[in-house]
Write a protein that binds this ligand. Sequence first.
Ligand SMILES: [Zn+2]
Length: 94
Amino acid sequence: MSTDDTEHDSDCSIVLSEVYLYLDLECSEERRSLIQKHLDECTGCLREFGIEHEVKALVGRCCGDERAPAELRDRLRLKLGQLESQTESREFLL
Ligand SMILES: [Zn+2]
């Protein structure tokens, strides 16, 4: 299981940096399907951010007109801020 984590590490960070755009339906179709696919395969991401339930529910709505609740977006931005400060020495988030 831990090998799987390392394998996904950088990919996860990139996906998570865009996940709130996904929730807002503000990213392109292409990015959206990429993010959705990743979240589908990588529950580690969702668990780490404590958003598993919310995102699964949103994905279950098939990307209709519904947007994520503001509080979820705020929580994600906070978490992503922490993620960025953890990884600021690497530059892949730029
Ligand atoms: Zn992931």
